[in-house]
Each structure stands twice: as C-alpha cells, then as structure tokens.
Design a protein around this ligand. Structure first.
Ligand SMILES: [Zn+2]
Ligand SMILES: [Zn+2]
Length: 277
C-alpha cells in the first residue's frame, strides 16, 4: 500500500505541475520561455492527466480570460454549476467566437500539438487523449506491474478534475477573497493550495494573467511559481514574467501590460468584442 501511495504522489505531482506550469502558465499564458524538451516534459504531464489537446486547452482558457463571467465565457458558473464544471467540454466543435487560428496561432504550427488537436474536433481530440491516456497505462502495467499503472491512471484522473473544480469554486465570490476588484467573480481560495499547486490564487491570476507568479501576499504560497524560479536558476527557463503587485500606484499599469501579454498578442479583430454582448 505504501508503495502504491508513493507512486500515486509522484504521478500526482508530475500531472498537476504538467497542468499548472505546462498547460496553464507556459502554453496558455506564455509567462516564461523554456527549451522544447522542458516544454514537452510538462505538457506530457498535463496530457496524460486527460487534459486533452494542448491547443484546445490553451484556446479555451484564453477565451475564458477574455470573456470572463460573461455569456461568451466557455465555463462561467454564473450560467450553471454543472455546465461550468464539465458540461462545457462535450461540445462537438469550437463556438463561433473561439478559434484556435485566431487565439492560439503560436501553438498550431507545433506538429505534436497539431496532431493531438484532430482538426479542431473536440470529440476526436478528447477520444485520442483517452486512448493515449489509458493505452500508456496498459504499457506501464505490462512492464512495471499493476501498482504503478493503477497509481498513474488514478493520479491522472484526479488531476483531470482539478481545473474543472477550479473553474467553479474559484469563480464563486462567497468561497474566497479578492485582492483585486476587476468586475469578474474570480476569488483566491486558500484551501485549494496543495491540490492546485498555487493556481488557487485565481483572483490574483485574473488581475495579472501574464505573470508566471500567482501568489502576491506573504501567505499566498505558490508552488508552481517556485518551480519556475528553480527552472530559471538551472537555466531551463528564461524571460520569466514576474510582474505582479498589490501596490495601487503600479497595479493598473502592470495589469494592463499583463493582459496584453496574455490576450493582445493572440486575439485579432475577428474575435467578438465584449461590447457586442
Ligand atoms: Zn478564471
Ligand atoms: Zn489563466
């Protein structure tokens, strides 16, 4: 049992950091740069946690930031908890206002991500993800036995639920607190800290989405940020964006800069403007 738990923890850490550092802060927000082998190491951790196509994930997440808590937000709990938790992933294709060619042009030329995207068909990219996710565990079983395979697949399935949970809990004003009032419902939820490795400081993140760092107060411990700093020290990451501040004088300036870094570079005039709502 202790061996099983140990492997579960090892796989959990790889899968959750693959999601928070790989899919979220690196691919979706480009908050730092790194060599391709480091990128693929983290993205593989997210992919094997059943997070589906990296292009799909980044495109939808950028749309979430752009249209946060409006009817165009792909998963705002303002319009239903189940829909925000998991209901939204069962669409067959992208809605009209979300388009990877416009919102993730930096990712579609990567041959690996392009293959996993399956021509923008959501069902096919999720099915391929399931096939690779379960198939790779079958290989683990063959070579290393059932304990490692089971620990790996369970850790992956638990991590798959983390962004779903975050999409709902971190957008409920009553369940957390705000450092920044931006008009959306995003909140920081301290009890999610270990499970999410720092992505629980969600209100800070919505205020400064381009920053690789999400914790801003002394008690807002951000494990994913510490890992990115460690990678930088080891020369495995560079151009790390750490611009986040509680200081009201610089807050607006930095937030505008961060928002542009996240959205401005990737959203063209073809995306629906907010005022069209
Ligand atoms: Zn959010
Ligand atoms: Zn984000």
């Amino acid at each position: 049992m202790s061996e099983f738990l140990l492997w579960f923890c090892v796989f959990y850490v790889w899968h959750i950091l693959g999601t928070t550092v790989g899919y979220h802060r690196l691919l979706a927000h480009r908050s730092f740069r790194c060599p391709k082998f480091v990128e693929y190491f983290f993205v593989a951790g997210g992919y094997l946690a059943f997070e589906s196509s990296p292009i799909w994930w980044a495109t939808v997440h950028r749309a979430h930031h752009r249209y946060v808590d409006t009817p165009l937000d792909p998963h705002s709990p303002r319009y239903g908890n189940y829909q925000a938790y998991a209901g939204w992933i069962f669409r067959p294709v992208y809605p009209e206002h979300i388009n990877p060619k416009l919102q993730a042009p930096d990712l579609i030329n990567d041959p690996v991500y392009s293959f996993l995207e399956k021509c923008n068909n959501w069902h096919n990219s999720h099915l391929l993800n399931s096939a690779i996710g379960f198939g790779s565990r079958a290989v683990l079983w063959l070579f290393f036995g059932w304990k490692i395979a089971l620990a790996s697949v369970l850790a992956g399935l638990v991590v798959q639920q983390v962004p779903f949970l975050l999409n709902v809990v971190c957008h409920k004003r009553k369940l957390g607190y705000k450092n920044f009032e931006e008009g959306d419902d995003s909140v920081n939820v301290p009890w999610l800290i270990l499970m999410t490795m720092g992505d629980n400081w969600h209100n800070n993140h919505h205020a400064f989405p381009g920053s690789a760092r999400s914790g801003v107060r002394w008690f807002e411990f951000d494990i994913s940020w510490l890992l990115i700093k460690l990678l930088e020290k080891l020369h495995l990451a560079n151009s790390v964006n750490s611009r986040i501040s509680l200081n009201s004088q610089t807050e607006n300036e930095l937030a505008a800069e961060n928002k542009f870094a996240t959205e401005g570079a990737f959203v063209t005039e073809s995306a629906l403007p907010l005022k069209a709502l």
